[in-house]
Each structure stands twice: as structure tokens, then as C-alpha cells.
Design a protein around this ligand. Structure first.
Ligand code: NDP
Ligand SMILES: CC(C)=CCC[C@@H](C)[C@H]1CC=C2C3=C(CC[C@@]21C)[C@@]1(C)CC[C@H](O)C(C)(C)[C@@H]1CC3
Length: 418
């Protein structure tokens, strides 16, 4: 297949070979983590646990459950929204429109689940179905990515992403060819980024909490903390849903296996690892320890939210009183870069806050096992890689002004360290 003119971009993730390896490695890691969390030794780096037979992994009823979940979230997405936001300008100078009703979807899901549980729905049983659920979600993601790839064949060149059109089938399948695949006004990437996976993650956490209460009489303090912190994170993402429209996932990356898998499998099944671990390996946690962990999470959230809101407000309206007094550098594009406030401390203060929160989510699981720290370790690697990708894009966008910013703010994520 010939690559469309003007879409040649340097290959990422080690090119086609790296993409092929990741497509095997990521599903295998997901299953390994799920199995490790429920095993006695709970070893992150131990040999992979024996995979149960197909009869234990595959179930039409579980597939039906997954499709019902996706259908419910799609229906909630289509409900009238309190606001319809415009995305950034596209190559053809147009702007796409996006419903802002993610928080409403979270609330309605909570209402439906609450009604279900009070009517006898055994939500705790979901914790026993995580392995087959992850397995069918992996299969569904491969099929979904194939459909996305086929859809891109008939998309206009202006609708293709800069990165996923190398002409190599495996690489493009992984990276995603089309930037904003849609049917009518239904935007698949925007939908998947914030709804089924993120809301699914807190639902899985809740199921694990209920199951723990059924097993041990009441949920542990550690389980409450993990549930509370991660609910805050997901609630925040949906409350500030509009901000996702300026992330590189929406504005730059195509929608292919990487993001579809990340959104629909990786987030719900591996981000809930701490709660999974706690169900099978209860950890003692006293009040002073819990308070200290709450403080760490609060500091992380304060930095994460402060930095993200400061940049979003500045990008929307630089004369807003909360950001008007900040020092800035002009760039040739007409946009300015903040060099004081959060963005004068390090070049990615929002990543720093996110990482501090990631640590707070693992600490309730104690220090006896490495497994619950998987999210923190993976996330640090993801953010270092993401920061490098963003730097490159900013250098291309802002040239000399970006060099000046880097000189004025020399540290990337952690002050005086990195
Ligand atoms: N939990 C998870 O798995 C993940 C969470 N995240 C979180 O998502 C959030 C968004 O992250 P991400 O999409 O990577 O990008 P950012 O929100 O960090 O945005 C980067 C962009 O901000 C603008 N920018 C950079 N520096 C400045 C400055 N000094 N002044 C003004 N604008 C600046 C540039 O775009 P421009 O100038 O064009 O506006 C740049 O491309 C973060 O909080 C991150 O932690 C991200 C990935 C995974
Ligand atoms: C290993 C693998 C398959 C990686 C794919 C990466 C994805 C898991 C992440 C890429 C960017 C993401 C974002 C969030 C979740 C993880 C993914 C999809 C996010 C929705 C989490 C909540 C935040 O508040 C956010 C909305 C800023 C964030 C956006 C980016």
C-alpha cells in the first residue's frame, strides 16, 4: 500500500517490528498481571503463571456482558449534552464538535449500578470474571482495530493522522491511520478515550471492594483509599472532559490498536491492579499511614489539577485574571508559552502531579510486593516517553522559542532531578 503524500513521519516504537512485539507483549502482560494478582506469591517479575484453558477464558456470556457495557456507554454518549465543544482546527481548517456529557455518563452509570445492586445484582461476582473479560476485550480490540484500519482506507487524505500512514500494514494497524474516525457525529476515539475504559475501571474497583466486604465482612482501609483516589481521578477526567480535546491523543495520534487497546483493555484491567492485589492479599494499614498517603495524593492532585487548569485557562483566554499576570515567551505562531507559575517550575508539572498520585495509589498495598507498584513504574516510563514525543512536537511548532523555554525551565518533570 502506498503511503499518502505528505504523511511521512519518523517511525516510533521501533517501527513495524516494535509494533508487532508490542501487540503480543501488551495483551500477554495484561493477562500475566491479572493472574499474578490472584496468585499466592503475586510476583511481578516471576515466570508467567499458567494460562487457563480456552474453556475458562472464552465465554459467549462474558462477550455479551462486554458488548452490553459498550452499548450502554455509547447510548449515554448519545444523550443530550450540557455543552457541545469544538476541537482544535483540522488540516482542512474545519473543527469537529464533541458532546461534553462524560460526567453525566458517570453519574447515570452510578445510578443504574446503584439500582441494580439494591435490586440484587451480584456486582462482586465481576471480580471473578476479570480474566475472561480481559480475554474477550483483547479479542474485541483486535477486531475493532481491524475495522478502524479498513475504515481508514476510504477516509480522505486530510483525515489521516501524521504518524500512522507509513505504508507498512503492521505499523499502521498499531499506530492508527485515521485521526478522528467517526460515523455521523459519533467519534470513536473521543468515546473510547474517556468512557467505557475509565468508567469500567472504577466499576471493577467497586466490584473488588464489594467482593472484599463479602469475604471479610467489610472493605479494608487500603481498599477504600485505592477506590477513593482512583474515583477522584476518573471523576476529574470526566468533569474536565473538554481538556482532552487538546491532548496529543486526540490532536495528533491516529486511532488504531495502540489507543484502542490502551483505552479498552489496558486502563480498566491493569489500572485496577492495586484493588485486585488487595482482594487476594489484604494489607494492614493504620490511621497515621492512611493520613500520610491521603496527604501525598492530595499534593499530587493539587499539582496535577493546578498545572492542567492553568494551561487550559491560558490557552482558552490568556487575559483571564488567574493567568494574566504570568510571565510568558512569545512564539512565531502567535501563541505564547508560560514561563512562570506551574509551567515555570518544570516543563511538565502535570506529569509530576500525576506521578505523585500514582505513588499514593500503590502505597496502601504496603511494601512487601512489587506488583502493586507496576502502575507507578509503567506510568513513569510512559510519561518519560510521552514527554520526549511532546518535546519534539513543540520544537517543530515553536522552534527558537521552545529552545528559550528549555533554557529558562531546564527540568522536564522532576525539579533538579530530571
Ligand atoms: N493516567 C494516564 O494513563 C495518563 C495520563 N496523562 C495525563 O494527561 C494529561 C495531559 O497530558 P498530555 O496530553 O501528555 O499533554 P500536556 O497537557 O502536558 O500538554 C502538552 C502541550 O501543552 C502545551 N504546552 C507545553 N508547555 C507549555 C507552556 N509552557 N505554556 C503553555 N503551553 C504549553 C503544548 O501544546 P500547545 O502549545 O499546542 O498548546 C504541548 O504540546 C497530563 O496531566 C498527564 O499526566 C497522560 C497520559 C496517560
Ligand atoms: C501501554 C499502552 C497500550 C499505552 C496506551 C496509552 C494509553 C493507556 C494512555 C494514552 C493517553 C491516555 C490518557 C488517559 C488514560 C490513559 C491513556 C489512554 C487519560 C484519559 C486518563 C485521565 C486523565 O485525566 C486524562 C483525561 C488527562 C488522560 C488523557 C490521556
Amino acid at each position: 500500500m502506498a503511503s499518502p503524500q505528505g504523511l511521512k513521519a519518523p517511525l516510533e516504537f521501533g517501527g513495524p517490528l516494535g509494533a508487532a512485539a508490542l501487540m503480543l507483549l501488551l495483551p500477554a502482560t495484561t493477562l500475566h498481571l491479572l493472574l499474578a494478582a490472584r496468585s499466592g506469591p503475586a510476583r511481578l517479575l516471576g515466570p508467567p503463571a499458567r494460562l487457563p484453558g480456552l474453556s475458562e477464558l472464552w465465554s459467549p456470556a462474558v462477550l455479551l456482558l462486554l458488548l452490553t457495557w459498550l452499548g450502554l456507554q455509547a447510548a449515554l454518549y448519545l444523550l443530550p449534552a450540557r455543552k457541545v465543544a469544538e476541537g482544535l482546527e483540522l488540516k482542512d481548517k474545519s473543527h469537529l464538535r464533541y458532546p461534553i456529557n462524560g460526567f453525566q455518563a458517570l453519574m447515570l452509570t452510578a445510578l443504574l449500578v446503584g439500582l441494580g445492586v439494591s435490586g440484587g445484582l451480584p456486582l462482586g461476582a465481576l471480580s471473578e470474571m476479570l480474566l475472561p473479560l480481559a480475554f474477550v476485550a483483547i479479542l474485541t480490540t483486535f477486531i475493532f482495530s481491524f475495522l478502524l484500519y479498513m475504515k481508514a482506507q476510504v477516509a480522505p487524505t486530510s483525515g489521516l493522522a501524521p504518524g500512522g500512514n507509513s505504508g507498512n500494514l503492521i505499523y499502521d494497524f498499531f499506530m492508527g491511520r485515521e485521526l478522528n474516525p467517526r460515523i455521523g457525529s459519533f467519534d470513536f476515539k473521543y468515546f473510547c478515550e474517556l468512557r467505557p475504559g475509565l468508567i469500567g475501571w472504577v466499576l471493577i474497583n467497586l466490584a473488588l471492594l464489594i467482593q472484599e466486604a463479602e469475604l471479610r465482612g467489610s472493605p479494608s482501609l487500603a481498599m477504600w483509599l485505592v477506590n477513593g483516589f482512583q474515583l477522584l481521578y476518573v471523576g476529574d477526567a470526566l468533569w474536565y472532559e473538554e481538556a482532552v480535546l487538546t491532548t496529543m491523543d486526540i490532536t495528533h495520534d491516529g486511532f488504531g490498536f495502540m489507543l484502542a487497546f490502551g483505552d479498552l483493555v489496558w486502563v480498566p484491567f491493569t489500572y485496577s491492579l492495586q484493588a485486585q492485589f488487595l482482594l487476594y492479599h489484604p494489607q494492614p494499614l493504620g490511621l497515621p499511614g492512611a493520613l500520610l498517603i491521603c496527604l501525598i495524593n492530595a499534593v499530587g492532585y493539587y499539582i496535577f489539577r493546578g498545572a492542567n487548569s492553568q494551561k487550559n485557562t491560558f490557552r482558552k483566554n490568556p487575559s483571564d485574571p488567574s493567568v494574566a499576570g504570568l510571565e510568558t515567551i512569545p512564539t512565531a505562531t502567535g501563541k505564547r508559552l508560560l514561563v512562570s507559575g506551574w509551567w515555570g517550575m518544570v516543563r511538565h508539572p502535570n506529569y509530576l502531579g500525576d506521578l505523585i498520585m500514582a505513588l499514593a495509589w500503590s502505597l496502601p498495598c504496603g511494601v512487601s510486593h512489587l506488583l502493586p507498584y507496576f502502575y507507578f513504574l509503567y506510568f513513569a516510563a510512559l510519561l518519560v516517553h510521552r514527554e520526549a514525543r511532546d518535546e519534539l512536537q513543540c520544537l517543530q511548532k515553536y522552534g527558537r522559542a521552545w529552545h528559550e523555554y528549555c533554557q529558562r525551565v531546564p527540568y522536564r518533570i522532576v525539579p533538579y532531578i530530571y
